[in-house]
Design a protein around this ligand. Structure first.
Ligand SMILES: C[S@@+](CC[C@H](N)C(=O)[O-])C[C@H]1O[C@@H](n2cnc3c(N)ncnc32)[C@H](O)[C@@H]1O
Length: 307
């Protein structure tokens, strides 16, 4: 496998995925009962946007750096965007490093509560070693008042160097009976990842039908992506105790659908979306789109359905 997320860290797709992840973590935290975050493709944990890899494609300039530079709307950023920006700025301030960028594990560790747990799985040994380092460093930079809860958050996290798809059955159902499963594959082998993903959704839903599942996917050819999402959602099993399985799709495109740039847009499929997430997404997604695609070449969409 050649994929290294450091080349893409902080790009528009990371921003879209991480705002959505943060919003889902906050939504699950509305109930007191703890939950498990299972991050099947965790990456390195955190990224250095001044590294040669990150610099090569200048991707963060059109993602997190643009969002930070843009003037917020007169009414201020929607809560989901400002929460995400606060997390990024917190990491940068604590590390005295304007180029630091949190991957999904560090974002999650900043958001999880004392009653929540996390499992981070990364299959590439080098990336896994970096993840281990990033998570163990998490408490070191915290101000003294936050050091103890940060250490406790790290203690409640489990890291595995393994195939994330293959480990789902081992972690579900969790004792809390509540889970957010983030599946964020590289799609380097698009057909292979799509096949593994469909199986992974079956496993998650068979073991915990109420799990909230968030799947990131790239949008290169919009028609092909639409057809794949339709096939994927059509085959979702209905949960045993309900008539239907609700899902929602949030997409952010920064290029026209027929553009040949490589990555036109970023999509998030959410199964069992938490209460009011779709409504909130219709507030924050257009604002995020306007900030990241000021010329309006792409677009945004929120679609809901039930299988
Ligand atoms: C898109 S990146 C993850 C980024 C991370 N979720 C974030 O938001 O910061 C995908 C990661 O999955 C890893 N990977 C690829 N195949 C995997 C598998 N079968 N199981 C676990 N990790 C895998 C890659 O090495 C890469 O680090």
């Amino acid at each position: 496998m050649k994929y290294r997320h450091a080349f893409h860290a902080g790009n528009f797709a990371d921003v879209h995925k991480h705002v959505t992840l943060n919003a889902l973590l906050r939504a699950l935290a509305r109930k007191d009962k703890g939950f498990l975050l299972l991050d099947t493709h965790a990456g390195r944990g955190g990224y250095d946007l001044s590294s040669s890899e990150a610099h090569r494609g200048h991707e963060a300039e059109h993602g997190i750096e643009r969002l930070i530079d843009v003037t917020p709307p007169a009414a201020g950023w929607p809560a989901e965007i400002s929460d995400y920006l606060t997390a990024v700025q917190t990491l940068r301030r604590e590390r005295h490093d304007r180029a630091a960028y949190p991957g999904s594990p560090l974002l999650a560790l900043l958001a999880l509560r004392a009653q929540d747990r996390a499992v981070f799985i990364e299959s590439q040994p080098g990336e896994h070693a970096a993840l281990r380092e990033a998570v163990s460093e998490f408490a070191r930079y915290a101000p003294a008042s936050l050091a103890a809860p940060r250490r406790a958050a790290v203690d409640r996290a489990t890291l595995e160097c393994a195939d994330g798809y293959g480990r789902i059955a081992a972690w579900l159902p969790p004792i809390e009976r509540r889970a957010l499963v983030l599946i964020d594959p590289p799609y380097e082998d698009a057909v292979g990842d799509q096949r593994a993903l469909a199986q992974a959704l079956d496993t998650v839903l068979a073991r915990l039908p109420s799990a909230v599942v968030a799947v990131w996917y790239p949008i290169k050819d919009q028609r092909a992506t639409d057809a794949w999402i339709q096939r994927l959602t059509a085959r979702l099993p209905a949960p045993p105790d309900a008539a239907t399985m609700p899902w929602l799709v949030g997409e952010l495109c920064v290029h026209p659908p027929d553009s040949r740039v490589g990555l036109n847009g970023s999509g998030m499929l959410v199964l069992n979306p938490p209460w009011r997430i779709a409504e909130r997404m219709r507030e924050w997604l257009p604002v995020l789109h306007h900030a990241l695609d000021p010329l309006g070449r792409g677009g945004w969409t929120v679609r809901e359905g039930a299988a």
